[in-house]
Structure formats: C-alpha cells, structure tokens
Design a protein around this ligand. Structure first.
Ligand SMILES: Nc1ncnc2c1ncn2[C@@H]1O[C@H](COP(=O)(O)OP(=O)(O)OP(=O)(O)O)[C@@H](O)[C@H]1O
Length: 300
C-alpha cells in the first residue's frame, strides 16, 4: 500500500480560486483529518483526487505513479452530496456498486452483507434508500465506499449528522482500515473528533494547505498558553507584563498567551501580588484553538 500524494493542485471556478497550489500527502496506514472553513476547498480537492473534476494545474500520485482510471476505481469515496439512488433497495444498490468496481456477484453479495451487518443496517437491506433516516442513509453511503474493498479511502464529511453510536462505529471502521495499511483522508468540522481520531491533521485555508502535522506537533509550534485561577480582575495585574496577551478572563479563571521570551514566573508574581492564586499551569490548546489561530492569521 502506498502514499497518496496531492501536488500543487490549482482550480478556479470563474473568479473563485477554489484550490491554490494545494499540496499534501496521505500516508499508507494513516488517518488524515482534512479541516478548514466553509468554502476552503476540501470538497474540490477530494473531487480532483477522485477524478470527477479536472484541476487547472497539479497532479495526484499513488504509489509514486499518476492516478489512472484503473487505480481510481480502487478509491472508496463518500461524496458530500450523498450519491445513492433513492428508489433502489439498500442491498441491491450495494451489490450493484461492488459489481461496478469489478467484483464477482457472489463476492459482491458477501461483502455487502458483511458491511450491512457491521454498520448495523441489515434490518433495512430490503428497503428503498429514500425510506431510511438520514443517519441510516449515511451508514449505507459508508458501506458503498467500502463494499469493493478499496485501497484508498476519501470521505467527505462522513460524520455529519450521525448519532453518537454511529460516530463510534464509523470511527472504529476508519481506524481499522488505516490499520490495514490503507491511506484514509476525511473532512470534518467536528474538530474534537478529528483530534481524537486522526494521526495527522491538515488545515486548509483559501485553497491552500497551511498546516499539516500531528496535533501535538502543531501544539508545540504554537504560542504557549497559561491558565491562572484566582487573582481577579485580570486587567489589574496583566497590564504591565511584556509578551502576555489575555485570551479570556471570567469566573476567576484567566487564560493567557505568552509570546517568545515572556516569563511565566513574572506572570505568577504579578498574579500573586493581585490576590490569592489557586491554580497556575499550562493549558494545552485544542485543535479548535489551533484552527482558530490558523484561520485568524488570514485576517489583516
Ligand atoms: N462547481 C462549482 N462551481 C462554482 N464554484 C464552485 C464549484 N465548486 C466549488 N466552488 C467554489 O469553490 C470554493 C471551494 O468550495 P469547496 O466545496 O471545495 O469547499 P469546502 O472546503 O468543501 O467547504 P465546506 O466545508 O463548506 O463543505 C467555494 O468558494 C465554492 O463556492
């Protein structure tokens, strides 16, 4: 199993620049979370990988070679606009899709039944897709991306609209596929989930991949954050501190950002001078914090 390499993709729709020299890779056996604001270019990038959209420039390679029609058939894709036939029965539809990807009828049936069972929709297998709830349609859509035993997984917002149990099942399946050695990339706005699940995260802004790495690496690269409990109000004791910015201050809890060279002991001394301090320590930024930092860097 090889790496999926997305190199220097550019794509415009009229005046809109959807992709602007986007480059990143998805390694064999990893789960990559693809995050970014609405309209940042995630869906466009995924559609280019799948080959349903031609880029203006750039290339996609897998195992060191450009993706061909044949290798693209080995991608399991979950589109954002769910692409099932509403009037077709669940099982028939999955068998049909697996056959379309070259599976024999008996393999297609076996694989369909296995995935329906795994995703908890066996009881609905003879129902038309349109009669299923949205969450169950989504489970079927995931089954559709997996039924042909893909060697690459590209999933556009697979978690949106799922109940917590379905989120767990979906997470488990994606993790398992990565463990099998498949490159797995999925987009999501549920950053807590991405943080928990992914090996690496890529943050997209205005068609460019601006940051990519493990969440702990991204954290280490950002400014240090401190939490001080007690010593209110913060405005009274933080004003004279060099390199210190107040991020939030309420209910006796102050969050600070320290730029290079700021002295945490000076912060503690200033806080103590203002009143009793009950808590003092580092605050690990969440992926949501990191995302906000990256997105706000864009503002002038
Ligand atoms: N077929 C199209 N025609 C015209 N503009 C398009 C088309 N597809 C995408 N765009 C534009 O390209 C930009 C990127 O859109 P894209 O759907 O890739 O973003 P996204 O990151 O997936 O957003 P979201 O998180 O909202 O799903 C947007 O400005 C969008 O309006």
């Amino acid at each position: 199993m090889g790496t999926l390499e997305i190199s220097h993709l550019s794509k415009r729709f009229g005046d809109v620049v959807a992709l602007d020299d986007m480059t990143f890779d998805v390694r064999a056996g990893e789960l990559l979370g693809f995050v970014g604001s609405n309209g940042a270019g995630k869906t466009t990038a995924m559609r280019v990988v799948l080959g349903v959209l031609e880029p203006d420039a750039g290339e996609v390679h897998w195992e060191g070679r450009p993706l061909t029609l044949d290798t693209r058939r080995q991608i399991g894709y979950m589109p954002e606009e769910r692409g099932l036939y509403p009037r077709m029965k669940v099982r028939d539809q999955l068998v049909y899709l697996a056959r379309l990807h070259g599976m024999s009828t008996s393999d297609a049936r076996a694989s369909t039944d296995r995935w329906l069972d795994r995703l908890g929709v066996t009881a609905r297998r003879d129902d038309e897709v349109q009669k299923l709830s949205l969450g169950n349609q989504q489970r079927v859509q995931l089954a559709a991306s997996l039924v042909h035993d893909p060697r690459i997984l590209v999933l556009d917002e697979p978690f949106s609209g799922l109940d917590p149990v379905a989120v767990d099942v979906m997470s488990e399946v994606l993790r398992e596929k990565a463990t099998e050695g498949i490159p797995v990339v999925f987009s999501s706005h549920q950053l807590d989930l991405v943080e928990r699940l992914c090996d690496r995260v890529g943050i997209v802004r205005s068609g460019r991949m601006v940051v990519v790495g493990r969440v702990d690496e991204l954290r280490a690269a950002g400014p240090r954050r401190l939490v001080v409990e007690g010593a209110q109000p913060a405005s009274r004791w933080t004003a004279g501190l060099a390199g210190v910015r107040v991020l939030a201050s309420d209910n006796g809890r102050t969050e600070l950002e320290l730029t290079d060279g700021a002295d945490d002991q000076a912060v503690l001394r200033a806080a103590l001078a203002a009143g009793p301090v009950r808590g003092f320590g580092d605050r690990r930024p969440s992926l949501t914090d990191l995302f906000r930092d990256v997105v706000s860097e864009a503002s002038p």
